[in-house]
Design a binder for this molecule. Structure first.
Ligand SMILES: *Cc1c(COP(=O)(O)O)cnc(C)c1O
Length: 386
């Protein structure tokens, strides 16, 4: 008997989904090619209406990427030099890059050891330090729904309301997640989405959106994404940017959005299968009460870096991909370390949870088309290595 090499497992699978909607994609793209309105075509308006219907947000504005969505949201508030923007130390770099691009100062906050999302007690502590020093004005909190798992939005909203701060939801990994039966997009003053291809709703290039219930903010976002234009194209009211979502990407998203509901169910089914197959071996972060994760990424926690390296190697030997989100906390990144040191001059408290997680987390394949057999194979690989 010859050994058969096992079927490869995709980390993210965009091909299986594409096969389901290929005809529709071809049709929709052909309409854009024939119409010729590649910028701000009718598909962008149609998508914005569909994003509102799906999320429950009153307004949706298509943006060129998730990063640009974060930037436009902060530009609209006038975030700039002298402003402190509180955000988790354990997230993707884009969350921290945006305040710096605008001249503001990121204040890194530790994450909760159970949810891996921003720790409210640590946020209060750092806020008090910034206020006591009086050099920076507390201006905004960016909550990240890491891996698709909602942050504690009622608590973040209450803190921001009390302090007169702007609450921004970086939901780039979490579109479709719910909290107390409401989708993300209806929490915070604004919610930034990314349609990067591997996100829960992804296009075939870069894309993003801002969701808000506030009509004035939505108007500002529309102006800022087109160079700060006013009522006519050649009236410039404010400094803006080129932050538009391409028509062709909107057309692609219109084909994909109708699948999202079922895909979220499939992701939750896969997460449950993982939890069952890995019970007593490793765990994934737990959702806050009342939340359903969008499972953008499925991450487990290993005891230490050695165990993680062993597992990664064992999986790789079985043809199973894995990834680390994130190997370094942001305050240790060369680009941010000095900003971190300067943010709280009297000495910022340590960020032990963010630092520990960087050595422990390992992301496993997660997509709506992963079979239970695949989950079984992956779990077996992990058990064998530990
Ligand atoms: C992907 C991501 C972004 C950036 O989105 P882009 O569309 O790639 O610009 C921002 N924040 C988080 C947490 C992300 O995962």
């Amino acid at each position: 008997m010859t050994a058969e090499s096992p079927r490869p497992i995709a980390f993210f699978d965009m091909k299986a989904q594409q096969a389901l909607i290929r005809d529709q994609l071809d049709r929709r793209i052909a309409v854009v090619l024939e119409g010729g309105r590649f910028i701000q075509g009718p598909e962008v308006d149609e998508l914005e209406a569909e994003l509102c219907a799906f999320s429950g947000a009153k307004h949706a504005v298509g943006i060129s990427s998730g990063t640009d969505a974060l930037q436009i949201a902060m530009m609209a508030e006038g975030v700039g030099p002298g402003d402190a923007v509180f955000l988790p130390a354990f997230t993707y770099t884009a969350t921290a890059e945006v305040p710096l691009v605008l001249g503001a100062t990121p204040v890194f906050v530790d994450v909760d050891p159970v949810s891996f999302n921003i720790d409210l007690a640590d946020l209060e502590r750092r806020l008090a330090l910034v206020k006591a020093e009086g050099r920076l004005r507390p201006r905004a909190v960016v909550g990240v729904d890491l891996y698709g798992n909602p942050a504690d939005w009622p608590a973040i909203e209450a803190l921001c309301a009390r302090e007169g701060m702007f609450a921004l939801d970086d939901a780039a990994q979490a579109f479709g997640a719910t909290l107390n039966n409401r989708r993300l997009g209806t929490y915070a003053h604004a919610t930034a989405l990314s349609f990067y291809p591997t996100k829960t709703l992804g296009c075939y290039g870069d894309g993003g959106a801002l969701l808000t219930d506030d009509a004035d903010r939505a108007d500002l976002y529309r102006s800022l994404r087109t160079h700060g234009e006013g009522k006519t194209r050649y009236e410039v009211l404010r400094t803006g940017m080129n932050g538009r979502l391409d028509t062709i990407q909107a057309a692609i998203l219109l084909c994909k959005l109708p699948l999202l509901e079922d895909e979220l169910v499939a992701r939750n089914r896969t997460a449950a299968a993982y939890a069952k197959a890995l019970a007593g071996v490793v765990t994934a972060p737990t959702a806050v009460a009342g939340a359903t994760s969008a499972w953008g990424i499925y991450t487990v926690t290993l005891p230490d870096a050695d165990a993680r390296a062993r597992v990664q190697k064992a999986l790789s030997g079985r043809g199973i991909p894995s990834a680390i989100y994130y190997p370094r906390p942001l305050h240790h990144q060369p680009a941010y370390a000095t900003h971190h040191a300067g943010a709280i001059a009297t000495g910022a408290p340590p960020l032990p949870v963010s630092e520990a997680l960087c050595h422990q987390v390992l992301a496993l394949p997660m997509h709506p088309y992963l079979s239970e057999d695949d989950v079984g194979r992956i779990a077996e690989g992990i058990r064998a290595a530990l």
